[in-house]
Design a protein around this ligand. Sequence first.
Ligand code: ATP
Length: 292
Amino acid sequence: MIRVSGVSKKIHNKMILEDIRFSVQKGTVTGVIGRNGAGKTTLLRLIAGILQPSKGEITVDDQDVFIQPQIKQQVVFVPDSTDALKTYTIKEIIRFYQQIYHTFDQDYFYELLERFNFHKDGKIKSFSKGQKALFSLILAFSTKSQYILLDEPTDGLDVIVKKQILQLIAEVVSEREVSVLISSHRLDELEKLADHIVVLKGGKVDSEFDMEHLKDQYRKLQVAFQDGMPSSLREHVHILSETGRVAVVLVPQDDQDSIDMIHQANPILFEDLALTLEDIFVAKLGGDLYVS
Ligand SMILES: Nc1ncnc2c1ncn2[C@@H]1O[C@H](COP(=O)(O)OP(=O)(O)OP(=O)(O)O)[C@@H](O)[C@H]1O
Protein backbone atom coordinates (compact mmCIF):
# COMPACT_ATOMS: atom_id res chain seq x y z
CA MET A 1 0.00 0.00 0.00
CA ILE A 2 1.13 3.57 -0.68
CA ARG A 3 0.33 5.86 2.20
CA VAL A 4 0.56 9.65 1.85
CA SER A 5 0.39 11.14 5.34
CA GLY A 6 0.06 14.87 5.90
CA VAL A 7 2.32 15.74 2.97
CA SER A 8 3.01 19.36 2.10
CA LYS A 9 5.37 20.64 -0.55
CA LYS A 10 6.75 24.14 -0.88
CA ILE A 11 8.74 25.11 -3.96
CA HIS A 12 10.52 28.50 -3.97
CA ASN A 13 8.49 29.47 -0.92
CA LYS A 14 5.22 28.74 -2.70
CA MET A 15 2.91 26.14 -1.15
CA ILE A 16 2.18 23.70 -3.98
CA LEU A 17 0.59 20.92 -1.92
CA GLU A 18 -0.80 21.12 1.58
CA ASP A 19 -1.55 18.36 4.08
CA ILE A 20 -2.27 15.67 1.51
CA ARG A 21 -3.55 12.38 2.93
CA PHE A 22 -4.76 9.32 1.08
CA SER A 23 -3.71 5.77 0.37
CA VAL A 24 -3.46 3.51 -2.65
CA GLN A 25 -4.47 -0.09 -2.00
CA LYS A 26 -2.89 -3.09 -3.67
CA GLY A 27 -4.52 -4.24 -6.90
CA THR A 28 -6.53 -1.06 -7.42
CA VAL A 29 -6.59 1.89 -9.77
CA THR A 30 -6.65 5.28 -8.08
CA GLY A 31 -7.38 8.38 -10.10
CA VAL A 32 -6.00 11.76 -9.08
CA ILE A 33 -8.20 14.38 -10.67
CA GLY A 34 -7.60 18.09 -10.77
CA ARG A 35 -7.48 21.05 -13.05
CA ASN A 36 -4.24 22.30 -14.60
CA GLY A 37 -1.92 23.45 -11.84
CA ALA A 38 -3.77 21.61 -9.06
CA GLY A 39 -0.55 19.82 -8.10
CA LYS A 40 -1.02 16.37 -9.68
CA THR A 41 2.44 16.07 -11.20
CA THR A 42 4.10 17.35 -8.03
CA LEU A 43 2.19 14.74 -6.01
CA LEU A 44 3.25 11.90 -8.30
CA ARG A 45 6.87 13.07 -8.24
CA LEU A 46 6.76 13.10 -4.45
CA ILE A 47 5.40 9.55 -4.33
CA ALA A 48 8.07 8.42 -6.79
CA GLY A 49 10.72 9.87 -4.47
CA ILE A 50 11.92 12.39 -7.07
CA LEU A 51 10.91 15.28 -4.79
CA GLN A 52 11.15 15.35 -1.02
CA PRO A 53 8.13 16.46 1.01
CA SER A 54 8.54 19.68 2.99
CA LYS A 55 6.33 18.07 5.63
CA GLY A 56 4.73 14.68 6.23
CA GLU A 57 5.77 11.27 4.93
CA ILE A 58 5.12 8.88 2.09
CA THR A 59 5.45 5.16 2.65
CA VAL A 60 5.31 2.32 0.17
CA ASP A 61 4.59 -1.03 1.83
CA ASP A 62 5.39 0.69 5.15
CA GLN A 63 8.81 1.88 4.00
CA ASP A 64 9.57 5.57 3.72
CA VAL A 65 10.64 6.35 0.13
CA PHE A 66 13.40 8.62 1.42
CA ILE A 67 14.65 6.71 4.45
CA GLN A 68 14.53 3.32 2.69
CA PRO A 69 15.05 4.22 -1.00
CA GLN A 70 15.34 0.52 -2.02
CA ILE A 71 11.55 0.45 -1.97
CA LYS A 72 11.65 2.64 -5.11
CA GLN A 73 12.27 -0.65 -6.97
CA GLN A 74 8.57 -1.23 -6.50
CA VAL A 75 7.53 2.16 -7.88
CA VAL A 76 7.66 3.30 -11.50
CA PHE A 77 6.84 6.86 -12.49
CA VAL A 78 5.78 7.48 -16.09
CA PRO A 79 5.94 11.25 -16.75
CA ASP A 80 3.57 12.97 -19.15
CA SER A 81 6.47 13.81 -21.42
CA THR A 82 8.45 11.06 -23.12
CA ASP A 83 11.31 13.38 -24.06
CA ALA A 84 13.74 11.64 -21.71
CA LEU A 85 13.54 8.43 -23.77
CA LYS A 86 14.14 9.78 -27.21
CA THR A 87 17.93 9.69 -27.37
CA TYR A 88 18.10 5.98 -26.49
CA THR A 89 17.78 2.81 -28.52
CA ILE A 90 15.45 0.09 -27.27
CA LYS A 91 18.42 -2.08 -26.23
CA GLU A 92 19.93 0.78 -24.23
CA ILE A 93 16.61 1.40 -22.49
CA ILE A 94 16.33 -2.28 -21.56
CA ARG A 95 19.83 -2.26 -20.05
CA PHE A 96 19.01 0.92 -18.14
CA TYR A 97 15.76 -0.49 -16.78
CA GLN A 98 17.37 -3.82 -15.87
CA GLN A 99 19.91 -1.97 -13.75
CA ILE A 100 17.21 -0.11 -11.83
CA TYR A 101 14.47 -2.74 -11.72
CA HIS A 102 15.86 -6.18 -10.96
CA THR A 103 12.53 -7.78 -11.78
CA PHE A 104 12.42 -6.32 -15.32
CA ASP A 105 10.84 -9.00 -17.51
CA GLN A 106 12.49 -8.82 -20.93
CA ASP A 107 10.35 -11.60 -22.48
CA TYR A 108 7.15 -9.89 -21.42
CA PHE A 109 8.51 -6.58 -22.75
CA TYR A 110 9.21 -8.03 -26.22
CA GLU A 111 5.88 -9.84 -26.17
CA LEU A 112 4.06 -6.53 -25.64
CA LEU A 113 6.22 -4.76 -28.26
CA GLU A 114 5.21 -7.39 -30.79
CA ARG A 115 1.57 -7.24 -29.83
CA PHE A 116 1.49 -3.50 -30.42
CA ASN A 117 3.42 -3.80 -33.70
CA PHE A 118 6.65 -2.17 -32.57
CA HIS A 119 9.79 -3.18 -34.41
CA LYS A 120 12.08 -4.65 -31.76
CA ASP A 121 15.11 -2.77 -33.10
CA GLY A 122 13.10 0.40 -33.70
CA LYS A 123 14.47 3.78 -32.75
CA ILE A 124 12.54 5.59 -30.06
CA LYS A 125 13.14 8.98 -31.66
CA SER A 126 11.28 7.78 -34.76
CA PHE A 127 8.17 6.81 -32.78
CA SER A 128 5.05 8.95 -32.99
CA LYS A 129 3.81 10.69 -29.84
CA GLY A 130 1.23 7.94 -29.31
CA GLN A 131 3.81 5.18 -29.84
CA LYS A 132 6.13 6.83 -27.32
CA ALA A 133 3.33 6.97 -24.75
CA LEU A 134 2.44 3.32 -25.32
CA PHE A 135 6.11 2.34 -25.24
CA SER A 136 6.55 4.10 -21.87
CA LEU A 137 3.63 2.14 -20.48
CA ILE A 138 5.02 -1.15 -21.80
CA LEU A 139 8.36 -0.36 -20.17
CA ALA A 140 6.65 0.47 -16.87
CA PHE A 141 4.60 -2.72 -16.76
CA SER A 142 7.61 -4.81 -17.82
CA THR A 143 9.42 -3.82 -14.63
CA LYS A 144 6.87 -6.04 -12.85
CA SER A 145 6.92 -3.44 -10.07
CA GLN A 146 3.98 -3.27 -7.73
CA TYR A 147 3.14 0.43 -8.11
CA ILE A 148 2.82 2.29 -11.40
CA LEU A 149 2.37 6.06 -11.36
CA LEU A 150 1.04 7.48 -14.62
CA ASP A 151 0.98 11.22 -15.19
CA GLU A 152 -1.73 12.10 -17.73
CA PRO A 153 -1.04 8.93 -19.75
CA THR A 154 -3.44 9.71 -22.60
CA ASP A 155 -3.11 13.48 -22.83
CA GLY A 156 -3.02 14.69 -26.41
CA LEU A 157 -3.29 11.23 -27.97
CA ASP A 158 -5.71 10.05 -30.64
CA VAL A 159 -8.66 7.84 -29.74
CA ILE A 160 -7.07 4.62 -31.01
CA VAL A 161 -3.90 4.97 -28.92
CA LYS A 162 -5.95 6.16 -25.93
CA LYS A 163 -8.05 3.02 -26.16
CA GLN A 164 -4.96 0.81 -26.43
CA ILE A 165 -3.43 2.48 -23.38
CA LEU A 166 -6.57 2.26 -21.25
CA GLN A 167 -7.09 -1.37 -22.28
CA LEU A 168 -3.53 -2.31 -21.43
CA ILE A 169 -3.84 -0.71 -18.00
CA ALA A 170 -7.14 -2.49 -17.31
CA GLU A 171 -5.72 -5.79 -18.51
CA VAL A 172 -2.57 -5.66 -16.38
CA VAL A 173 -4.51 -4.62 -13.28
CA SER A 174 -6.92 -7.50 -13.70
CA GLU A 175 -4.13 -10.02 -14.39
CA ARG A 176 -1.90 -9.24 -11.45
CA GLU A 177 -2.08 -7.32 -8.22
CA VAL A 178 -0.44 -4.20 -9.59
CA SER A 179 -1.61 -0.83 -8.24
CA VAL A 180 -1.93 2.08 -10.61
CA LEU A 181 -2.14 5.74 -9.70
CA ILE A 182 -3.27 7.86 -12.65
CA SER A 183 -3.41 11.62 -12.77
CA SER A 184 -5.88 13.04 -15.22
CA HIS A 185 -8.34 15.79 -15.90
CA ARG A 186 -10.45 13.43 -18.02
CA LEU A 187 -13.28 12.19 -15.85
CA ASP A 188 -14.73 10.03 -18.62
CA GLU A 189 -11.53 8.01 -18.94
CA LEU A 190 -11.02 7.51 -15.24
CA GLU A 191 -14.62 6.50 -14.83
CA LYS A 192 -14.02 3.25 -16.67
CA LEU A 193 -10.79 2.42 -14.89
CA ALA A 194 -10.62 3.81 -11.39
CA ASP A 195 -11.75 2.13 -8.19
CA HIS A 196 -10.99 5.17 -6.14
CA ILE A 197 -10.82 8.90 -6.95
CA VAL A 198 -8.87 11.61 -5.16
CA VAL A 199 -9.84 15.14 -6.16
CA LEU A 200 -7.09 17.74 -5.89
CA LYS A 201 -8.07 21.37 -5.86
CA GLY A 202 -5.67 24.23 -5.22
CA GLY A 203 -3.03 21.89 -3.78
CA LYS A 204 -5.38 20.20 -1.31
CA VAL A 205 -7.46 17.05 -1.32
CA ASP A 206 -10.93 18.37 -1.96
CA SER A 207 -12.70 15.03 -1.76
CA GLU A 208 -12.23 11.29 -2.14
CA PHE A 209 -14.68 8.75 -3.53
CA ASP A 210 -14.96 5.04 -4.05
CA MET A 211 -16.41 4.56 -7.51
CA GLU A 212 -18.45 1.59 -6.35
CA HIS A 213 -20.34 3.64 -3.79
CA LEU A 214 -20.34 6.95 -5.59
CA LYS A 215 -23.16 6.13 -7.94
CA ASP A 216 -25.34 4.96 -5.07
CA GLN A 217 -25.41 8.53 -3.80
CA TYR A 218 -27.48 10.15 -6.57
CA ARG A 219 -30.29 9.46 -9.00
CA LYS A 220 -30.16 11.14 -12.40
CA LEU A 221 -33.65 11.72 -13.71
CA GLN A 222 -35.08 13.03 -16.93
CA VAL A 223 -38.33 14.80 -16.15
CA ALA A 224 -40.81 16.98 -18.01
CA PHE A 225 -43.90 18.88 -16.86
CA GLN A 226 -46.80 20.18 -18.92
CA ASP A 227 -46.21 23.77 -17.79
CA GLY A 228 -42.50 23.58 -17.04
CA MET A 229 -40.84 22.67 -13.78
CA PRO A 230 -42.56 24.16 -10.72
CA SER A 231 -40.35 26.80 -9.11
CA SER A 232 -40.63 25.12 -5.69
CA LEU A 233 -39.04 22.01 -7.20
CA ARG A 234 -36.27 24.00 -8.85
CA GLU A 235 -34.98 24.96 -5.41
CA HIS A 236 -34.79 21.32 -4.35
CA VAL A 237 -33.08 19.49 -7.19
CA HIS A 238 -29.83 20.06 -9.02
CA ILE A 239 -30.62 20.80 -12.66
CA LEU A 240 -27.94 19.43 -14.98
CA SER A 241 -29.60 20.57 -18.19
CA GLU A 242 -32.89 21.90 -19.45
CA THR A 243 -34.17 21.90 -23.00
CA GLY A 244 -37.70 23.16 -23.47
CA ARG A 245 -39.90 21.31 -21.01
CA VAL A 246 -37.41 18.47 -20.51
CA ALA A 247 -34.95 18.71 -17.65
CA VAL A 248 -32.22 16.38 -16.42
CA VAL A 249 -31.87 16.59 -12.65
CA LEU A 250 -29.78 15.03 -9.91
CA VAL A 251 -31.40 14.02 -6.66
CA PRO A 252 -29.56 12.52 -3.69
CA GLN A 253 -30.65 8.89 -3.22
CA ASP A 254 -31.90 9.59 0.29
CA ASP A 255 -33.90 12.67 -0.72
CA GLN A 256 -37.38 11.18 -0.90
CA ASP A 257 -38.93 14.63 -0.43
CA SER A 258 -37.73 15.77 -3.86
CA ILE A 259 -38.96 12.57 -5.50
CA ASP A 260 -42.37 13.08 -3.84
CA MET A 261 -42.45 16.69 -5.07
CA ILE A 262 -41.73 15.56 -8.64
CA HIS A 263 -44.58 13.03 -8.51
CA GLN A 264 -46.98 15.56 -6.98
CA ALA A 265 -46.30 17.90 -9.92
CA ASN A 266 -47.64 15.19 -12.32
CA PRO A 267 -44.64 14.81 -14.64
CA ILE A 268 -45.39 13.86 -18.23
CA LEU A 269 -41.93 12.24 -18.31
CA PHE A 270 -40.09 10.55 -15.44
CA GLU A 271 -37.14 8.38 -16.33
CA ASP A 272 -33.93 7.23 -14.63
CA LEU A 273 -30.74 7.90 -16.63
CA ALA A 274 -27.26 6.44 -16.22
CA LEU A 275 -25.12 8.55 -13.92
CA THR A 276 -21.61 9.56 -14.97
CA LEU A 277 -18.67 10.68 -12.90
CA GLU A 278 -18.97 14.10 -14.50
CA ASP A 279 -22.57 14.47 -13.24
CA ILE A 280 -21.41 13.86 -9.72
CA PHE A 281 -18.59 16.33 -9.98
CA VAL A 282 -20.96 18.92 -11.31
CA ALA A 283 -23.26 18.25 -8.35
CA LYS A 284 -20.53 18.16 -5.72
CA LEU A 285 -18.21 20.81 -7.03
CA GLY A 286 -20.49 22.95 -9.14
CA GLY A 287 -18.72 21.93 -12.32
CA ASP A 288 -15.73 23.89 -11.20
CA LEU A 289 -13.44 20.97 -11.73
CA TYR A 290 -14.22 19.64 -15.11
CA VAL A 291 -11.77 20.47 -17.82
CA SER A 292 -12.12 18.54 -21.02
N1 ATP B 1 9.70 23.53 -9.93
C1 ATP B 1 8.70 24.39 -9.74
N2 ATP B 1 8.94 25.68 -9.49
C2 ATP B 1 7.91 26.55 -9.26
N3 ATP B 1 6.62 26.23 -9.31
C3 ATP B 1 6.31 24.97 -9.57
C4 ATP B 1 7.32 23.97 -9.80
N4 ATP B 1 6.70 22.78 -10.03
C5 ATP B 1 5.39 23.05 -9.96
N5 ATP B 1 5.14 24.33 -9.69
C6 ATP B 1 3.83 24.97 -9.53
O1 ATP B 1 3.03 24.11 -8.74
C7 ATP B 1 1.68 24.11 -9.18
C8 ATP B 1 1.26 22.70 -9.45
O2 ATP B 1 1.96 22.18 -10.56
P1 ATP B 1 1.76 20.70 -11.09
O3 ATP B 1 2.57 20.56 -12.35
O4 ATP B 1 2.05 19.75 -9.99
O5 ATP B 1 0.20 20.68 -11.41
P2 ATP B 1 -0.63 19.71 -12.31
O6 ATP B 1 -1.91 19.48 -11.60
O7 ATP B 1 0.16 18.52 -12.69
O8 ATP B 1 -0.91 20.58 -13.61
P3 ATP B 1 -0.97 20.19 -15.14
O9 ATP B 1 -2.24 19.41 -15.32
O10 ATP B 1 -1.00 21.52 -15.82
O11 ATP B 1 0.26 19.40 -15.46
C9 ATP B 1 1.64 25.01 -10.40
O12 ATP B 1 1.19 26.28 -10.01
C10 ATP B 1 3.09 25.09 -10.85
O13 ATP B 1 3.35 26.30 -11.48
